[in-house]
Write a protein that binds this ligand. Structure first.
Ligand SMILES: NC(=O)C1=CN([C@@H]2O[C@H](COP(=O)(O)OP(=O)(O)OC[C@H]3O[C@@H](n4cnc5c(N)ncnc54)[C@H](OP(=O)(O)O)[C@@H]3O)[C@@H](O)[C@H]2O)[C@@H](O)CC1
Ligand SMILES: Nc1ncnc2c1ncn2[C@@H]1O[C@H](COP(=O)(O)OP(=O)(O)O)[C@@H](O)[C@H]1O
Ligand SMILES: [K+]
Length: 478
């Protein structure tokens, strides 16, 4: 599992936040944290809005407690503030103490009050939200002109990002310590608006005690090998790609992605279709021999199987690769070949399905992408990269990285082939499968962000080398 330093990337679930709070109550105390949380909310609002009429909707838990504190600080700064309690906090709780310290105006928890305010702060439910809020709560939130959430919108599942009910969008959400998965995953990500994460001085031991297993993907969570004076092409790594006769484009894109992200050597195993590849990029090596013979070369550890392959072509190659215990990345045609029997893929190291391929293999994932991808990874014993606007990268041991370092520029045919090539290069460089997948997805995303407006897929390659250099530099800084 990742080391303690990875806490900086962690995305604790609401349940883990409960654990963190319990630990915090033994050390720093919840009231002190609540005070800093409410202060941070007031500061974030003062930095973004001119003084206006504010209504703070306060629930019965600690989220409501943060609301009372924010109300107190905004009032102290001269703003016009009212608090509308949904229900009073439990006597003796930190939120009870915060409510007692707020001596300003109180009003009804009603839609007309929300409508009259310029800005409504949602401190109804945060990490404690565990079921859909009542329609009366949604009616009040929906009446607001401008909404700011404390921690999480009261309609969003903080673990999955799912909307528990249909509700309004927020201008901004102010969370504490670390974002939660629900802030990163869609649709939660979109509902939250601008995301601010405030440091409230939570002791690191408390976050550690929460035992996070989900991280935000980025350099430092993994390390891509840098260029070294001792490099030679085999040390950088060999990527071998199974090629088909019908769709050479996909194979060529994967090969180009592998080369552009720093593979030492990329070889295409084309068998009888070799002629179609021989006039392609001159830096590629094309093999026309039988796969069985090619597998005698032990230096060819890493294989990509799937892009541009028909099911019979996969049937003729993938079982051989698995029998010879190669490190295999299965994508596209290889996933189609497995159909609805994902166990056929047992023995591969990484699979890279988009949501359609994932659904065909494992069934529809439902609202909880992370849970579905975890189950899938465990089922086949391979890293699963569930590709999308936010990609979910899961190891069979349960580690999850969420990648939002990407751009819609990547939503162009063939971009998945490029990604498969990049991940294969990371594997060939000696990275472990989950780290290689995380790195590949980040580099691909970085290339998409650098490639400008409406790039064609081939344009990504020109940015992969710089993306790799940036990942190496950033990881050193962390
Ligand atoms: N982690 C941190 O760093 C810090 C966290 N802090 C803050 O603490 C917040 C978490 O507080 P929390 O645990 O008290 O939960 P919270 O969201 O207030 O709700 C709990 C109450 O809601 C109720 N309830 C739930 N769903 C419901 C529904 N649909 N409809 C009706 N009721 C519902 C539930 O009731 P019950 O299930 O008991 O019936 C319970 O009474 C967190 O978001 C952050 O703002 C800071 O103060 C300090 C540092
Ligand atoms: N809206 C988006 N924002 C960010 N990345 C995206 C978006 N849409 C697609 N991508 C990325 O683009 C790639 C598309 O891969 P894939 O669906 O396999 O396409 P293809 O089969 O055409 O190659 C994936 O890495 C995916 O994460
Ligand atoms: K909230």
């Amino acid at each position: 599992m990742p080391m303690k330093s990875d806490l900086r990337f962690s995305l604790p679930t609401p349940a883990q936040c409960g654990e963190m709070d319990r630990k915090a109550s033994e050390t720093i105390g919840i009231s002190a944290l609540m005070d800093r949380a409410g202060w941070a909310v007031a500061q974030a609002i003062r930095a973004r809005f001119a003084p206006c009429r504010v209504l703070v909707l306060c629930g019965p838990g600690n989220n409501g407690g943060d609301g009372y504190v924010a109300a107190r600080y905004l009032e102290r700064a001269g703003w016009s503030v009212q608090v509308a309690p949904l229900a009073p906090p439990r006597e003796g709780s930190a939120a009870f103490g915060a409510a007692a310290q707020y001596r300003g105006r109180i009003t009804d928890f009603a839609p007309e009050n929300a409508r009259r305010a310029d800005l409504v702060i949602d401190a109804v439910f945060g990490a404690g939200l565990d079921r859909p809020p009542a329609p009366e709560v949604v009616a009040v939130l929906s009446a607001a002109r401008t909404l700011v959430a404390i921690d999480l919108p009261s309609t969003v599942n903080g673990t999955t990002g799912a909307a528990l009910v249909e509700g309004p969008d927020y201008r901004m959400s102010v969370t504490f310590v670390r974002p939660k998965p629900g802030h990163i995953l869609y649709p939660g990500r979109e509902i939250c608006g601008e995301l601010i994460c405030a440091d409230i001085g939570m002791p690191e031991v408390c976050l550690e005690a929460a035992g996070p297993t989900i991280w935000l993907n980025g350099p430092g969570l993994w390390h891509v090998p840098a260029m070294s004076p001792e490099d030679h092409k085999y040390r950088r790594g060999v990527v071998s790609i199974c090629a088909g006769q019908v769709m050479p484009g996909a194979t060529r894109l994967a090969a180009a992605g592998a080369r552009a992200s720093g593979a030492g050597l990329v070889r295409i195993s084309a068998g009888e279709g070799a002629a179609a590849y021989c006039l392609g990029a001159p830096g590629l090596v094309i093999d026309d021999g039988p796969l069985k013979t090619l597998l005698e070369d032990e230096r060819r550890r890493v294989w990509l199987c799937g892009p541009g392959l028909t099911e019979p072509e996969v049937a003729a190659s993938l079982p051989l690769l698995l029998a010879s215990e190669r490190i295999v990345l299965a994508d596209a045609g290889a996933l189609g070949w497995a159909g609805s029997e994902p166990e056929k893929l047992r023995g591969v190291s990484v699979i890279t399905p988009h949501i359609g391929e994932f659904t065909r293999l494992f069934g529809a994932p439902g609202d909880d992408l992370v849970a579905a991808a975890r189950e899938a990874a465990q089922r086949i014993g391979a890293v699963v990269v569930l590709k999308g606007a936010v990609s979910v990268i899961v190891s069979p041991d349960g580690r999850v990285a969420l990648n939002d370092h990407a751009s819609p520029a990547l939503a162009t045919a063939g971009s998945g082939d490029t990604l498969a090539g990049v991940i294969a290069t990371m594997l060939a460089a000696g990275m472990a499968p989950w780290e290689a997948a995380c790195a590949g997805v980040w580099l691909h995303g970085e290339a998409g962000m650098r490639a400008g407006n409406w790039p064609i897929v081939e344009a990504l390659d020109a940015h992969l080398g710089d993306a790799r250099a940036k990942a190496i530099a950033l990881a050193c800084e962390i």
